[in-house]
Design a binder for this molecule. Structure first.
Ligand code: SAH
Length: 251
């Protein structure tokens, strides 16, 4: 009887290979088969051994190479054939990574799964741009939401952004105008500061700032491309807050 392989759902972090966990790095270096997303940085894939088979199941809004069901089936098929599979995903596998669905498909087929966490884009981007997601003076709540088209208007974001709160939006570049409109319709000030962090932790990272009302223009004028995160809240203008506190203290 063929031994069933294990599927390792591995987070590859935001891009910089130095941000991999040791567990992820060891699995990548010793893998026979790596099934990866388009978001996984080339420098990370280059860590695989010379005999490793690399399979891309890249997904982007425009280009769907493999539907999710087919990815699930591929993982199960390889594991049942006896191969250990390193399923490599950008960021953390369980944050907007559909890792939950892949784990469920494997479990349903009797395939053992191990999940290796990764640094999610929000954490990687916050560190690289030196934005505190929470801050004693500015924010005690942080929320992660998905800004992609499907179902955006039905999503209830009321109360997630505003004074004392930080909202991190994944996959929001294309829908930036709808996002700004939605948040302002929920009562958020057009002046609320935000930062757009593109290619966080990679050599070509950019951090752009502006008020909420200017988000659609900012994205167009600066030609912001995926992958990028939108962080909304006073924490993105921390220096201003530090200054305001200072002025207050001396008033
Ligand atoms: N599982 C991933 C998220 C996948 S969804 C994670 O935990 O990070 C894909 C979205 O993640 C992108 O559209 C973008 O919003 C964000 N993202 C991923 N890597 C990024 C990076 N290096 N810089 C900025 N945003 C990134």
């Amino acid at each position: 009887m063929v031994r069933t392989g294990t599927v390792y759902l591995v987070g590859a972090g935001p891009g910089d290979p130095d941000l991999l966990t040791l567990r992820a790095a060891r699995l990548i270096e010793s893998a026979g088969l790596i099934i990866h997303d388009g978001l996984v940085d080339r420098a990370i894939l280059a860590m695989a051994g010379p005999d490793a088979e690399l399979v891309s199941v890249a997904k982007s809004r425009a280009r769907h190479t493999l539907p999710q069901d087919a990815i699930n089936a591929l993982l199960v098929r390889e594991a049942l054939a006896g191969r250990d599979v390193v399923r490599l995903k950008g960021g953390d596998p369980l944050v907007f990574g559909r890792g939950g669905e892949e784990a469920e498909a494997c479990q349903a087929a009797g395939v053992p799964v191990e999940i290796v966490p990764g640094i999610s884009a929000a954490n990687g981007a916050a560190a690289a741009a030196q934005i505190a997601l929470t801050h004693r003076d500015a924010s005690s709540v942080v929320s992660f939401v998905a800004g992609q088209c499907k179902g955006l208007s039905e999503q209830d974001w009321a109360g997630l952004a505003g004074k004392g709160r930080t909202l991190v939006i994944y996959m929001g570049v294309k829908t930036a105008p709808q996002i700004a409109e939605k948040l302002m319709a929920d009562g958020l000030s057009p002046e609320m500061p935000l930062a757009v962090i593109e290619n966080a932790s990679r050599p070509n990272m950019r951090v752009l700032r502006g008020p909420l009302a200017a988000l659609p223009d900012l994205v167009v004028a600066e030609r912001v491309k995926s992958p990028a995160l939108i962080v909304i809240g006073e924490v993105t203008a921390r220096e201003d807050i530090a200054l305001a506190a200072l002025v207050e203290a001396h008033a």
